[in-house]
Write a protein that binds this ligand. Structure first.
Ligand SMILES: [Zn+2]
Length: 307
């Protein structure tokens, strides 16, 4: 999710400040949703964290990368999907090739990459995920013909696809993205894509929130679809996130929910996102391990190295 200048009061509701914890320090975590943005991409390092109100502690692109990698080590994040402008993705990937999975970010600020070039990058392993796809921000449903060659490529090469679902920050159509529409974030719109590309390994980013019924419907009919819990695990009011998560677990989807932070320019967001899961008292230890690690290992078809 790309936040712009109007990030305070994400849903018009003030958020609490949560202490960072590292209770899972020795157990591995996979973060399915991070960004390698240049600091300026979000409007500079002065942009306050929407929850804490504090500006990013990273003043340069290099500082942001190093601070993010440092948080990954702190919380034992052994793999993370990063997306952003491709040159920045490659810079981060060269710094930490083993634990970073390069993603392809599509939004109105980035031009659509050449399909054959992408094919080469996927085949070389420099890129490993098609996403974050934010068709919603450019006023398109993912069913638009513009995305067909990319989705066909991902299906052909068996590359995981991460799709932004749900909403955006308050005022999004009035600021960054005049073509943004809430309705295009509805997970129900993924159905035609799943019909057209039945072998796609697709995950819904942001867990489809707040479209609970549609998320349950899509995930129950299409068992190949997974979801990450990024952003909603630290930005929206905690009670709302826990209620939503509890409903997804009750619906029997606990084996397909994955941890994500949506770290943008605030490295501390990683710890805040982890705490959002850790503080869910209704989750068993096993359910937390599934979300933090096991489900992503299965989805990404990694070997469980127990790192
Ligand atoms: Zn997003």
């Amino acid at each position: 999710m790309k936040l712009q200048l109007i990030i305070f009061g994400f849903m018009g509701i003030p958020c609490l400040i949560f202490a960072q914890t590292a209770t899972n320090k020795n157990l591995p975590i996979i973060d399915m949703h991070m960004h390698s943005y240049p600091v300026e991409y979000m409007g500079g390092s002065n942009i306050p964290n929407p929850v804490t109100g504090r500006p990013s502690r990273a003043a340069s692109d290099e500082e942001l990368m190093l601070a993010t990698l440092s948080e990954m080590r702190r919380y034992n994040i052994v793999k993370a999907v990063i997306s952003g402008p491709l040159d920045v993705v490659y810079r981060w990937k060269s710094e930490e090739p083993k634990s970073l999975i390069g993603g392809v970010y599509f939004d109105e600020a980035t031009s659509f990459p050449d399909v054959e070039q992408l094919r080469r990058q996927f085949m070389s392993g420099r890129l490993g995920v098609l996403g974050e796809l934010v068709a919603q921000h450019v006023g398109l449903p993912l069913t638009d013909s513009l995305f067909v060659p990319y989705l066909a490529l991902a299906e052909e090469l068996d590359i995981p696809v991460g799709v932004h679902t749900g909403v955006g920050p308050a005022g999004t159509p009035y600021t960054c993205c005049p073509k943004f529409r809430v309705s295009y974030g509805n997970p129900i719109l993924l159905e035609e894509v799943l019909i057209r590309h039945p072998k796609l390994r697709l995950y819904m980013m942001h867990g489809g929130w707040p479209y609970l019924e549609e998320t349950k419907a899509i995930m129950s009919v299409y068992p190949q679809v997974y979801a990450d819990l990024a952003t909603i695990n630290w930005i929206i009011p905690r009670e709302e996130f826990h209620e939503y998560l509890r409903d997804l677990i009750r619906a029997g989807l606990g084996k397909r929910l994955m941890f994500g932070s949506d770290q943008m320019v605030w490295p501390e967001a990683i710890g805040m996102a982890i705490e959002g899961i850790e503080s869910a008292t209704f989750l068993s230890k096993e359910a937390k391990r599934d979300i933090f690690y096991n489900n992503a290992v299965r989805f990404l078809r990694l070997k469980d190295t127990g790192e």
